[in-house]
Ligand binder design. Sequence first.
Ligand code: BEZ
Length: 211
Amino acid sequence: MTLQLGDIAPDFTLESTDGPIHFHEWLGGSWGILFSHPKDFTPVCTTELGAVAKLKPEFDRRNVKVIGLSVDGIDEHHAWKGDIAETQGTALNFPLLADPDREVANLYGMIHPKSLETLTVRSVFVIGPDKKVKLTITYPASTGRNFLEILRVVDSLQLTAKHAVATPVDWRWGEDVIIVPSVSDEDAKSRFPKGWKTVKPYLRVVAQPGV
Ligand code: BEZ
């Protein structure tokens, strides 16, 4: 069954480059990003893991733990780390899960046989501190992901969780946001004491809280 937004992210225990991971315990009270890539020693995957390693301080700042997965074994993962450091100019600084038995890949629906017969495609799951799935994205093997976009989505999700605002199209950090429809004008007065602009009764624009 496909994992849907709002579902509890399935728990698992699996070997990783940082040792065994008990997923829910490892997440603790943090946000999490679990992402799969098709195969070790492949070009696009090598660039992606380097990019995520470079962005690690940004994920840390947002209280987000990142973890990768492929259906290769732990020995391949360890051997590949040297290539990532050599070619991407950064060490792998987050765990990479080894799932040769496709246990987690199947649990999370990361194998799309009509796209890639036996390997994982480029799935992304953003998981909240409540362990619920907040975002899913699926890319084909041939397209490297934009992890800056994933950071942007995390910012949006965290703003929604904290301030009951939504973010409009192409929103970037610091730009105006939208008061969610479930907040009444009466509630909005206490949440946004500096006021907001009512473009339509359902479209209320407010300065981004927390900047
Ligand atoms: C890559 O990472 O470059 C890749 C992996 C599997 C299929 C196609 C490309």
